[in-house]
Write a protein that binds this ligand. Structure first.
Ligand code: ADP
Ligand code: MG
Length: 475
């Protein structure tokens, strides 16, 4: 049988697969494509230079064994690096082979005769000459576990956070993804985990960074042509906390680099903690391979706190600030501000400020005035039930008809409109909208939203439905 790149590589792969961890195999070997075989040299295409370096550093032995087994002692391996979409990366490699006609795909070939030379790691983020470099953790000591009050809404996330803090990298919560709406305590909890780890394991390097800042640093590193130093810097962190990863949406370069950093940390038993305003299934424009990594660990949701928790959060805050306030007023505030802990705190702070600036006593009347200002500014949220009711009424059908499995066109359209408005007017996730409107999955809801968008720009009658319903729902 004639040997082809594919057949040689597939034999190598089955040997490699039997000899390394499944996770490592998935990460480092599945993405490789065999592209050429000639003169007993196999060319494999790898996604990035970093990927190639990683293979060289960690898997060169097994690659050599596998290839020699297939092709004998004269076997050669050639890496083809898919060029990354960056302007940097001009450093010449050991050797470049003129590439054969590869059409539009820009690529770089590196011939590596199995010499495993470790490249010297240079790191601009670290002052040279100092051993055991200290990296500032960027943690806010006020955001600790002690003042992150527990309630039903956050119990899972808080306890998962504590478990991670006790054994960073040593639980199955890796990564730990904390998700939830605005002002529900994601940033606070993420800091609390970092602070607790620093307390228990002072020797560990912990770093908190927002996804936005991470992206900025990455872009700078590309401009300054030290992308690899950027990567190496992040690879020496023991506990990496990245806040608001939804910010990476659509930023493929940053996602790519984060993917590699993540894999490195994960494989070395380092802990990764992420926060996001959406559940993984609802994240858009995040690469699939990265999403699948997010799902490796635990996604823990922070929900809106119930009344009791809201009261205890307020009381705790007042206690820490040394302010006394009648229970009646605390309860009034907690009763009326429901969806956001930041607003809850904001209301109580302005209440204290108002009363001390104007020398007014804190009364329920004053509390009412202030709470109204807060509540007015936050758009009233309609419920998904209410939306289904309004849409069904409008089309003169029952809610149960709207939710049914029927494929009749006008019912399907009503259902899609309900889904569309649920997405538009509530903060519910696609998955949760789907489960509430006739037990559909998130993909169905996404499809419904797209269909409504399309139809309302092409179909006049349909646009009228959308406008009428919008009016009814935003009253
Ligand atoms: P997010 O990052 O989810 O938008 P934050 O972590 O910034 O929210 O939290 C908003 C505010 O609410 C912060 O001041 C935080 O301390 C407070 N907060 C949120 N949840 C709790 C809680 N369970 N106990 C005490 N304070 C909380
Ligand atoms: Mg935050």
């Amino acid at each position: 049988m004639e040997l082809t790149a594919q057949s040689v590589w597939s034999n190598c792969l089955s040997f490699i697969k039997d000899n390394i961890q499944p996770q490592a195999y998935k990460t480092w070997f599945e993405p490789i494509v065999a592209v050429k075989f000639s003169d007993n040299a196999l060319s494999i295409q790898v996604p990035s230079k970093f990927f190639y370096e990683w293979l060289e550093e960690h898997y060169v032995k097994i690659l050599k064994v596998a290839l020699t087994k297939e092709l004998g002692e004269t076997a050669k391996l050639v890496y083809v690096i898919k060029m990354e979409n960056t302007y940097g990366n001009k450093q010449p490699f050991t050797e470049r082979i003129p590439s054969s006609n590869r059409g539009a795909v820009k690529s770089q070939e590196v011939d590596v005769p199995f010499n495993n030379k470790n490249p010297e790691l240079k790191n601009p983020f670290v002052i040279p000459g100092i051993r055991n470099v200290k990296i500032e953790s960027q943690l806010n000591p006020n955001y600790n576990f002690e003042n992150f009050l527990e309630g039903d809404s956050n119990r899972l996330a808080r306890n998962a956070g504590l478990a991670v803090a006790n054994k960073p990298g040593g639980t199955s919560f890796n990564p730990l993804l904390i998700f939830g709406g605005v002002g529900l305590g994601k940033t606070h909890l993420a800091h609390a985990i970092g602070i607790d780890i620093k307390d228990k394991y002072p020797e560990k390097t912990v770093l908190y960074i927002s996804a936005e800042k991470f992206t900025q640093q990455y872009i700078d590193s590309v401009k300054k042509n030290n992308r690899n130093d950027f990567i190496h810097f992040y690879q020496i962190i023991d506990v990496l906390i990245i806040d608001d990863v939804q910010f990476l949406s659509g930023k493929t370069g940053t996602q790519d680099v984060f993917f590699h950093i993540f894999n490195h940390l994960h494989q070395n038993g380092k802990q990764v903690i992420l926060t996001s305003d959406k559940a993984p299934v609802d994240m858009q424009d995040i690469e699939q391979r990265l999403l699948s990594r997010f799902k490796w660990g635990l996604s823990a949701e922070l929900q809106t706190p119930d009344f009791e928790t809201r009261v205890s959060i307020l009381k705790n805050k007042l206690y820490r600030d040394g302010v006394e306030m009648p229970d009646e007023i605390v309860e009034y505030v907690a009763k009326h501000i429901k969806t956001n802990v930041r607003e809850l705190e904001g209301a109580i702070i302005s209440l204290i400020a108002q009363s001390s600036f104007n020398k007014k006593e804190i009364t329920v009347g004053l509390a009412k005035e202030i709470v109204e200002k807060f509540v007015k500014n936050t758009k009233r949220e309609v419920s998904i039930d209410y939306i289904q009711k309004v849409v069904s009424d409008y089309f003169q059908m029952d809610v149960s008809t709207l939710q049914s499995k029927t494929r009749k066109r006008h019912i399907v359209q009503a259902r899609q409109l309900a889904m569309f408005f649920a997405k538009k007017f509530t903060k519910a996730s696609l998955a949760s909208i789907g489960s509430q409107i006739g037990k559909r999955d998130h993909a169905t809801v996404l499809h419904a939203c797209k269909t409504v968008d399309n139809l309302s720009s092409t179909d006049k009658q349909f646009r009228k439905y959308v406008e009428d319903l919008s009016k009814k729902l935003s009253l």
